[in-house]
Ligand binder design. Structure first.
Ligand code: COA
Length: 374
């Protein structure tokens, strides 16, 4: 008989610093004015275009974002820097992403009624990993005091759902008995804060989920995993070429394409139909219709995008309860976004209610997890 699995606890860590759209644009626009003054002659001669200012009104209208939590605020609001200040830490100190993960994991374990020694599998997944080895997941395992094995993986924003399938499969086959999935998204490090098109998009947060066999659940707050479905389709429309080979070409080492960049409009057009069809198809394979779903915890990249995905699924606009948004407060936190939505907005579901957790983003990658409240 196949073993059922369940999400038995979730946790969110958010840094205390907040940057509002107004503060963000104040710095960005001061930098734009200074650059335009510096290049006044070339602009007057028609050799280069003046840079354009950003606006809080545009940001909120285009994305639904009002503010973002950030690990460091000082560096981001310094026009000579516009990059977070993150001092290097010695090897015997917890790394930044480990800290994000451990903070979120402790909350998720408490919610699941578990202690770290119960955990025998840790998957750490994120759109950015601060180093390649030793795996940050192993550092999390060490600082928490967990057992078993741990490793990192990276699937852009779908780092939310891909490890849920891996963990669930490992539990089903008996290769693990209690899994922890963590998403330490320190996204402010990969942003180009001088790019008007994207400087407002991201925020920092860490999330964690505990996943266990359904027959071992201790939490009163658990969701059975009815099904998981993943897909990927290569596209460069969301891309970041930052990596260990950058220093091998010093001329291009610090080019803008070594940070996050995207074709926002293309992403919007490609991903909305892809994600809505994918969720509908996944539900169908489980004998369900979108109308059977009480809650959609969708990836949080853009308000208009989420509203359209939900509308395509339901054939009408979703209510804020059916497809909650957390973008206004957190901005896009990459893979942490759909998990934050789940973590904040699940208490009111009743036993038997169906929910869909769905991530979509760079890759392209999409993951859908269908859940039923236990
Ligand atoms: N401030 C003021 N105006 C701005 C601006 C800013 N920061 N950035 C762009 N604009 C202007 C543009 O110049 C353009 O005006 P113009 O036509 O007069 O030149 C107008 O706003 C529209 O620009 P556009 O880039 O087409 O905006 P958009 O409506 O597509 O919104 C995104 C941009 C990024 C919010 C949107 O495309 C998006 O969210 N796409 C999906 C991205 C996504 O989910 N990525 C996943 C990341 S994990």
């Amino acid at each position: 008989m196949s073993i059922g699995t369940a999400i038995t606890g979730s946790g969110v860590y958010t840094p205390n610093n907040i940057i509002t759209n107004e503060e963000l644009c104040h710095t960005f626009n001061a930098w734009v004015r200074r650059e335009n003054e510096r290049n006044a002659d070339a602009i007057a001669a028609g050799d280069i275009e003046p840079l354009r200012e950003s606006s809080p009104e545009f940001i909120e209208k285009a994305s639904g974002i009002k503010q973002r939590h950030v690990h460091d605020k000082t560096g981001l609001l310094d026009i000579d820097r516009m990059c977070p200040n993150v001092p290097d830490r010695p090897d015997d100190e917890m790394s930044v992403q480990c800290e994000f993960a451990v903070n979120a994991a402790r909350k998720a374990l408490a919610a699941a009624g578990r202690v770290a020694e119960d955990v025998d599998m840790i998957l750490l997944a994120g759109s950015n990993l601060q180093r390649l080895y030793p795996a940050i997941a192993m550092e999390v395992q060490h600082y928490l005091g967990a057992r078993g094995f741990a490793y990192d993986l990276s699937v852009g924003c779908s780092s939310a759902t891909f490890p849920i399938q891996i963990a669930s499969d490992a539990l089903r086959t008996g290769n693990a008995t209690c899994a922890l999935v963590v998403n330490p998204e320190m996204t402010t490090g990969h942003m180009n804060w001088r790019d008007r098109d994207s400087h407002f998009i991201f925020g920092d947060a860490g999330t964690a989920l505990v996943i266990e066999p359904s027959d071992r659940v201790q939490s009163k707050d658990a969701f059975e995993i009815l099904g998981t479905k993943l897909m990927s389709k290569f596209s460069s429309n969301i891309r970041n070429n930052g990596g260990y080979l950058n220093r091998c070409d010093p001329e291009h080492q610090f080019d803008a394409n070594k940070l996050f960049y995207q074709q926002g409009r293309r992403v919007f057009k490609d991903v909305v139909p892809m994600a809505s069809k994918f969720i509908a198809k996944h539900l169908e394979t489980l004998g369900l219709l979108p109308g059977d779903v009480t809650r959609f915890w969708l990836h949080q990249a853009n308000r208009n995008m989420n509203e359209l995905v939900a509308k395509r699924l339901l054939g009408r606009p979703a209510t804020p309860t059916e497809a909650p948004l957390i973008l206004d407060e957190y901005a896009n936190t990459a893979s942490a976004g759909s998990i934050i939505a789940f973590s904040i907005h699940h208490d009111d579901l009743r036993v038997g209610d169906i929910g869909v957790l769905c991530s979509f983003g760079a890759g392209y990658s999409i993951g859908s997890i269908v859940l039923r409240r236990l």
